[in-house]
Ligand binder design. Structure first.
Ligand code: SF4
Length: 344
């Protein structure tokens, strides 16, 4: 893989964890989170089923995301945390965990939705939101869904934090509210050695079991993946994409590996430089990944950009719209699109 220098990518038509975000957020962090920006993955052609495109079609108007925080820490931090993760790198500047939910929503509306979006998803992207005890989490979720313009929830969490009781309660909440609930599981890779390297503290089987529990009660399932994990080959990355798609999912959020300051990954990078994607190489990788993803899967993000003062690399210095154009052009030149490898 090419080593980072400067130059990013694009695609079109969606959203996730950063970028292909429902047009409302741009990805910034390592943990599969995003930061509000503006429709960076909105493509002109039907090459990608982006968050933006998917929900604009469903609701007849643009739909955004408002990042929210339960205030509860991720349980994996007590075990050292994932080596790539630094909460500050993906937390929007306006978002404060100590603020009541109604204040978080008001600030998100003011800073993220502005006059571009009326409808939105409440996006619990910080930490592991389902680690909050159910008797405190449910009232918070009900409060968010009680706002008329909120069309649903996206709950970012770990595969080992979605117990039976939780998914049943979420399914009841979705039914009673008539809103959509998507549970977004951080997985990153289907290779056990990679999960160990990242200090995920869960295995691949844990993801499959959690995914089954989520889908069996009718909730939406999303997965978060990282491309470029140290030691993984291109074939390894494709195997991860193929495996999660074959297992079934509703949404996907992926991005290239970023080295964030003050993380264990940063220390590894200082000791021995880790190969990182430059923008053209990553765009080229996406032209192989996207054709493997079923066309009905909603793409929430394809790349990420953490806060620059915390980002060691890669530093592409390429505006998201240009990345999107690059991706669109690369897909067109290859004559491929999301799902084309499956349907052909
Ligand atoms: S599980 Fe998520 S929030 Fe927790 S340390 Fe890992 S990436 Fe960060």
């Amino acid at each position: 893989m090419a080593v980072s220098s400067a130059a990013p990518v694009p695609v079109s038509a969606i959203t996730s964890g950063c970028e292909l975000d429902g047009g409302v957020t741009r990805q910034t962090g390592a943990g599969g989170n995003t930061e509000p920006v503006s429709g960076s993955l909105d493509f002109p052609g039907p090459l990608i089923n982006t968050f933006s495109r998917h929900y604009r079609y469903r609701y007849g108007q643009p739909v955004g995301k408002i990042p929210l925080h339960t205030g509860h820490p991720c349980p994996n931090r007590a075990r050292g945390g994932c080596i790539f993760c630094l909460a500050d790198s993906f937390t929007p500047n306006y978002l404060h965990a100590v603020d009541p939910i109604e204040i978080q929503i008001a600030r998100g509306s003011r800073y993220l939705l502005r006059d571009r979006f009326r409808l939105y998803f409440g996006y619990f992207q910080q930490e592991t939101c389902t680690a909050l005890p159910l008797d405190r989490l449910l009232p918070m979720l009900e409060q968010v869904l009680g706002v008329e313009d909120c069309v649903g929830l996206i709950l970012s969490t770990r595969p080992d934090a979605v117990a039976d009781g939780l998914v049943r309660a979420l399914a009841d909440l979705a039914r009673q509210s008539g809103r959509e609930i998507l549970v977004e599981l951080g997985l990153q890779s289907v290779h056990e050695r990679s999960l160990q390297l990242l200090n995920r503290n869960h295995g691949v089987e844990c993801y499959f079991e959690a995914a089954h529990r989520i889908r069996s009660v009718g909730l939406g399932l999303g997965v978060h993946l990282i491309m470029g994990i140290p030691g993984e080959s291109r074939a390894d990355m494709m195997a991860t994409v193929d495996t999660v798609c074959a297992h079934g999912l509703d949404a996907i959020k992926l991005h290239h590996l970023q080295v964030i300051r003050h993380t264990p990954l940063h220390a590894m990078h200082r000791a021995a430089p880790i190969p990182l994607f430059d923008a053209p190489a990553y765009i080229e990788l996406l032209t192989e990944i996207l054709p493997r993803i079923p066309p009905g899967v909603v793409i929430h993000r394809l790349w990420s950009r953490s806060h620059l003062h915390l980002l060691i690399g890669p530093r592409w210095d390429v505006p998201p719209p240009r990345l999107t154009r690059m991706l669109h052009r690369a897909l067109a030149e290859k004559g491929v699109y999301q799902g084309s490898r499956i349907s052909s």
